[in-house]
Ligand binder design. Structure first.
Ligand SMILES: [Mg+2]
Length: 193
């Protein structure tokens, strides 16, 4: 159990972007055969679980709203990812997704913090003890908008390009190579307390 959970009864969480963070970025991925976890991703998430964090995925899936693929296609991709993660004993509490195209009204499309607020209520989370990990500025902004403790940019997916093109925009974030480095830093900080 995480120390924060013992005090408040609320769990800290790690919110995760899907594409470019957990699985290889492939534009408008819609086929389960195309799902490839980044090396070490399963073990990294397992480490976070073991440190007492609940794992929640928050993903923008505008390909649905743009008509490139269906919601059922996305669920098949998600299921394949969960299957691969299960090899390392990883449990994802819930996958929140925003199916809208960028020009459509959306309740939860990142950088909106809405899904993090939803997760707080549904899963009993302490956002102030939680982190978000992603490869785009909207992921970091989503976390900042929700008041999480730390936003973390990975250099996988679009992350490296963002770090180079907008260093001032990511100055408040931790910038790390990948999920493995992110997990080590989160778990390391917690163990140090
Ligand atoms: Mg991404």
């Amino acid at each position: 159990m995480h120390p924060a959970t013992r005090l408040t009864g609320l769990s800290p969480a790690v919110f995760l972007d899907r594409d470019g963070t957990m699985i290889e970025e492939r534009e408008y991925l819609c086929r389960p055969e195309g799902v490839a976890l980044y090396p070490g991703a399963g073990k990294a998430l397992r480490q976070l679980m073991d440190a007492g964090f609940k794992l929640v995925v928050v993903t923008n899936q505008s390909g649905i709203g743009r008509g490139y693929y269906t919601e059922a296609d996305m669920h098949r991709v998600n299921d394949r990812m969960l299957e691969l993660l299960a090899i390392d004993g990883v449990r994802i509490e819930k996958i929140y997704f925003a199916p809208e195209a960028p020009d459509q009204p959306s309740r939860g499309r990142k950088p909106s913090p809405q899904f993090l607020f939803d997760a707080r209520e549904e899963l009993g989370l302490d956002l102030a003890q939680s982190c978000i990990i992603g490869d785009k500025l909207i992921d970091l902004e989503c976390g900042w908008n929700a008041g999480v403790r730390q936003a973390i940019l990975v250099r996988t997916g679009y992350g490296k390009k963002l770090e180079q093109s907008q260093p001032e925009a990511v100055a408040r974030a931790w910038v790390v190579d990948d999920l493995t480095a992110a997990a080590a830093r989160i778990a390391g900080v917690d163990h140090a307390r």
